[in-house]
Design a protein around this ligand. Structure first.
Ligand SMILES: Cc1ncc(COP(=O)(O)O)c(C=O)c1O
Length: 396
């Protein structure tokens, strides 16, 4: 008897490289002790949430005896939190975003799925630059569509606009970008976004459905050296932003984020209605009540990004010392260095022998490179230096 769908059997066999590394890490830590293992495999923010979250939790505890305190609310979220969110997002994006352009969702993941459900027909295509966040493939297929990818330019990981232009077909419905980027740390420039917008505007001619840019931005707050993270909203009208508070408030487990429909889209009310309906019928119903209430009080605060910056610099030193080639990440908390010898899976196995956990680029659709997440203490990074040197010696 086959208990599950054939597609799910395939998914489970493929598993994800990140999960695999996570499981390997548990085994290694059990065998050799936490201290001996350098685990750069997971993008799980390790900084504590900002003080505003702790204070808000204490305040909320006093209100927990009120009726409907944890009850249903409108599918788009609490109106007062949505209003506060609109003010914050307007500031971030440099665009006047009214509250009725926002749906509060179960993280960026919930936002992406709700938008996909609202606009994709079975057989449609979502185009994304590679390397890409591995869940994109699953999310696309959740809605009967397919993910097609175009390699970003090595080693800067800028968008290859010519190749993206060539990859657009009559079935392309969404171009999905992520900046600051997981796994490369790239931040797309205004010029790149304008170039992409020009290409899509050209392709939209004569179509009865527009191609959207869907900008996935959970790392927007985490840009280093004052680099600009331009908003796509004033650059391209058919744009949607999905984001979350998983990283900037270290609330990844609380499942809270949003979808923002560009207020410039003519007739956007219908699209908004569809995203709200998707959020409901995908079974999310609404984002968690407590997470929304926390957000209402903590919006505007953030974890200390100077800690991530110090780790980034420490990691760069470790890689330089080992002679590993990389492009300095300009945002997010990942390095995506070149695998010496070109075989990323083999090099990650060598790293593992030295008790370093990294994820092969193959898992992100970009072989020849590997990902290191620096959501670990600076001490772990510094302590890994000799192990990287030994791995490099073995690889050569
Ligand atoms: C690029 C990217 N998009 C979306 C997500 C999902 O974010 P959330 O946990 O807020 O749903 C992640 C999480 O790591 C991510 O890296």
């Amino acid at each position: 008897m086959q208990l599950i769908s054939s597609q799910m059997i395939q998914y489970m066999e493929r598993s994800s490289w990140i999960r695999k590394m996570f499981e390997e890490g548990i085994k290694l830590k059990k065998q050799f002790g936490e201290e001996a293992v350098h685990d750069f495999s997971l993008g799980n923010p390790d900084l504590p949430p900002p003080a505003a979250i702790k204070n808000a939790l204490a305040e909320l505890a006093d209100q927990a005896d009120q009726p409907f305190f944890l009850g249903y609310m409108p599918n788009f979220g609490y109106p007062d939190v949505r209003q506060r969110l609109a003010e914050e997002v307007s500031r971030e994006q440099g665009v006047d975003v009214p509250a009725d352009s926002l749906v509060i969702t179960c993280g960026a993941a919930g936002a992406l799925n709700s938008v996909f459900r609202a606009v994709l027909e079975p057989g449609d295509e979502v185009l994304a630059p590679a390397p890409y966040f591995v869940e994109y493939g699953f999310y696309t297929e959740n809605h009967g569509a397919t993910l097609t990818t175009v390699r970003s330019k090595p080693l800067t990981f800028e968008l290859d606009l010519e190749a993206m232009d060539a990859a657009i077909t009559p079935k392309t419905r969404i171009v999905l970008i992520n900046s600051p980027n997981n796994p490369t740390g790239a931040v797309y420039s205004r010029q790149e976004l304008e170039g992409l917008a020009a290409i899509l505007t050209k392709h939209n001619q004569g179509r009865d459905k527009p191609i959207y840019i869907l900008s996935d931005e959970p790392y927007r707050f985490l840009a280093f050296d004052g680099v600009e993270v331009p908003s796509v909203l004033p650059i391209y009208p058919y744009s949607i932003v999905c984001s979350s508070f998983s990283k900037n408030l270290s609330m990844a487990g609380e499942r809270i984020g949003y979808a923002l429909i560009n207020p410039a889209i003519k007739g956007r009310e219908m699209l908004m209605g569809a995203v709200i309906m998707s959020n409901r019928i995908l079974g999310f119903v609404n984002a968690p009540a407590i997470a929304q209430k926390l957000l209402g009080k903590a919006l505007g605060s953030s974890v200390d990004i100077s800690i991530y910056d110090a780790r980034r610099k420490a990691m760069a030193k470790v890689l330089d010392n080992a002679g590993i080639k990389y492009t300095m990440p300009r945002g997010a908390f990942y390095f995506f260095p070149e695998a010496p010898g070109g075989d990323d899976v083999a090099f990650c196995a060598t790293l593992q022998e030295e008790k370093i956990l990294a994820v092969p680029g193959t898992g992100f659709g970009y072989p020849g490179f590997f990902r290191l997440a620096f959501c670990v203490s600076e001490e772990v990074i510094t302590r890994s230096a000799d192990a990287f040197v030994r791995a490099m010696a073995k690889a050569s």
